[in-house]
Design a protein around this ligand. Structure first.
Ligand code: DC
Length: 225
């Protein structure tokens, strides 16, 4: 039996992971946060003292990397790097920057492609990232491009960082978001872009439940679940 695949792409801070996780819970699907996988590679590279932009060195370090996705009792995705749970460590700002740098490298993308496709062959899922609808699952049943203004995204990121006890100034967060947007959408390998057959949802003026409603409507128009 073939699986149902819901691909959600968009820039950082658009609410992808919170919304995708919520949707997966409602639908009883697996939630796969592919950004967390790139972040784990970024952390691995930092741990090894490698410059995340050095393609050859990063590529040479990939065979030493063992990444595992686990799901806890609450259905939360946990990331294991060489057997160690790094789910919290991968959220640090320096790891965000390293993830953005390694994710621009073709050997890294090629290395992670099959892992992501394998999950989609086995499970009904909601997978979020940057290239899910364009590269990883180009024939996904549902494709959504989720976005919001940079200011709205920076505001949400600030609240998130504050809740985690690591507050940062709005201006710095906004600058970081704009830089990452630029890098993620201007890289040569699988840049962030909306798939032609993806439905665009702008959440700038929507709260969480309005965004979730809008997403469920889009999904139910495409598949009967
Ligand atoms: O969604 P996130 O912020 O956790 O993603 C971390 C970085 O990984 C981000 O800079 C973009 C990159 N990424 C990617 O290139 N492709 C994906 N499918 C997911 C994330």
């Amino acid at each position: 039996m073939s699986t149902i695949r819901i691909a959600i792409d968009g820039p950082s801070g658009a609410g992808k992971s919170t919304l995708a996780k919520g949707l997966a819970g409602i639908l009883g699907f697996l939630y796969v946060d592919t950004g967390a996988i790139y972040r784990t590679v970024g952390l691995h590279v930092l741990n090894k003292g490698i410059d995340p932009a050095e393609e050859e060195e990063v590529a040479r370090s990939l065979p030493e990397l063992q990444i595992e996705l686990r799901y806890d009792g609450a259905g939360q995705q946990r990331m294991l790097l060489n057997g160690e749970d790094v789910s919290e460590a991968i959220r640090l700002p320096e790891v965000s920057r390293a993830a953005s740098a390694v994710s621009a490298l073709p050997p890294v993308r090629a290395y992670l492609l099959e892992t992501q496709r394998e999950l989609a062959r086995k499970h009904n899922l909601v997978m979020d990232g940057r290239d899910i609808g364009t590269v990883v699952l180009p024939d996904a049943e549902v494709k959504i491009f989720l976005t919001a203004s940079p200011e709205a995204r920076a505001k949400r990121r600030c609240l998130e960082l504050e809740a985690r006890g690591t507050p940062q100034a709005f201006e710095a967060v906004l600058r970081d978001i704009e830089e990452r947007d630029w890098r993620d959408s201007h890289r040569e390998a699988a840049p962030l872009r909306q798939a032609e057959d993806a439905v665009l949802l702008d959440t700038t003026a929507l709260d969480f439940s309005q965004s979730q409603e809008a997403l469920l409507k889009i999904i139910r128009e495409k598949v009967s679940i």
